[in-house]
Design a protein around this ligand. Structure first.
Ligand SMILES: [Zn+2]
Ligand SMILES: [Zn+2]
Length: 350
């Protein structure tokens, strides 16, 4: 059996680079040589054992990684796609749903009713991830990308696609206004994608050096919540009206109240960040009397092709975000840069 190098979680908080069996592409699968894999907060929590209850990972040792791209290395038996050949560059989704339940059949495969069942594969969470030299995936999960998207940039398509889904959830209109809370990767991508889709004014609320990056990614205004009251500041920047859409990307329950404070009457609030199970009080009357739509946003159903186009055409330039790139041996260092918040998105290039 041939082997490959992979970043293996041996025990909680114990990562190592090891030789593991190289996956063989099964029926309908394509083997991809991984060229880049981003690390996110979910990966970090998995390393720390904080998602054990969810079965992420189901057992140890485990190979993580779900924000990734690579080059087609081998086409498995029975693959029907004719648009992919060995050597093509691709990015990969991590699940496709069961393709049979009512949600999957209406395109909402991010909400597959079978998800969570033991046989359901969520790659990088319940099935082997892409923090390795190779990954085998069902053909339908892969999307071809052109050379206009670098290997490292390809690792950002996953989170970018989630923000495309968020724009669809709020039905973002050209000329509209938006506030983005939390300039992490999701917030910065939301900023760039909202601008690319025609938002006239995007205001980013956060603190520190990430606000400079928000400007680089297209923010029209930034608000430092340590220097001024964010609700007042956003209201002031919109002539007292509030914004059409709010994107909560901080994953902070206290921010939900601020989001409701800055949205205009009849506006929409999209929640992209996870709070880790924390609760927050919400005024139902505010939602009712101002007809505020409060929308959850999960994953990126049918959004990869849009994000790829936005990046290939230059409508979204992720260049400013590609600041921390590591070889596979530097994976522990990459996780440390994520934990210290030094890096927005560390990327490992096997
Ligand atoms: Zn992630
Ligand atoms: Zn399904």
């Amino acid at each position: 059996m041939s082997t490959m190098k992979a970043v293996v979680l041996r025990d909680w908080n114990d990562l190592t680079v090891a030789e593991v069996p190289r996956p063989e592409p099964g029926p309908g699968e394509i083997l991809v040589q991984v060229t880049a894999c981003g690390l996110c907060g979910t990966d970090l929590k998995m390393v720390q054992g904080k998602f054990q209850e969810r079965g992420w990972p189901p057992s140890l040792p485990f190979v993580m990684g779900h924000e990734w791209g690579g080059t087609v290395a081998e086409i498995g038996p029975g693959v029907t796609r004719t648009d992919l050949a060995v050597g093509d560059r691709v990015v990969g989704e991590n699940h496709i749903g069961c393709r049979a339940c009512s949600n999957c059949r209406t395109g909402r495969y991010n909400l597959c009713i079978q998800a969570g069942k033991t046989e359901f594969k969520l790659y990088g969470h319940t099935a082997p991830g892409a923090l390795a030299e190779y990954a085998a995936r069902p053909e339908v999960m892969l999307h071809k990308v052109s050379d206009a998207i670098s290997d490292a940039a390809g690792a950002l398509v996953n989170q970018g696609s989630l923000t495309v889904h968020a724009m669809r959830r709020v039905a973002l209109q050209p000329g509209s206004t938006a506030a983005v809370f939390g300039p992490g990767l999701l917030g910065l991508m939301s900023t760039a994608v909202a601008k690319a889709m025609g938002a006239a004014k995007v205001i980013v609320v956060g603190r520190g050096s990430r606000l400079g990056l928000a400007t680089d990614m297209g923010a029209d205004h930034v608000v430092d919540y340590e220097a001024s009251d964010p609700v007042e500041a956003v209201r002031e920047l919109t002539g007292g009206l509030g914004v059409d859409n709010v994107f909560e990307c901080a994953g902070n329950p206290a921010v939900v109240d601020q989001a409701l404070g800055v949205v205009r009457r009849g506006g929409k609030v999209a929640l992209l960040g996870l709070t880790g199970g924390k609760a927050t009080p919400i005024s139902p009357d505010k939602l009712t009397l101002d007809e505020i739509d409060l929308l959850g946003v999960r994953s990126s159903p049918n959004a990869y092709p849009i994000m790829i186009k936005l990046m290939e055409t230059g409508a979204v330039d992720v260049g400013p975000l590609l600041t921390h790139i590591y070889p596979m041996e530097g994976a522990s260092e990459a996780f440390a840069a994520l934990e210290s918040r030094e890096a927005i998105r560390p990327i490992v290039q096997p």
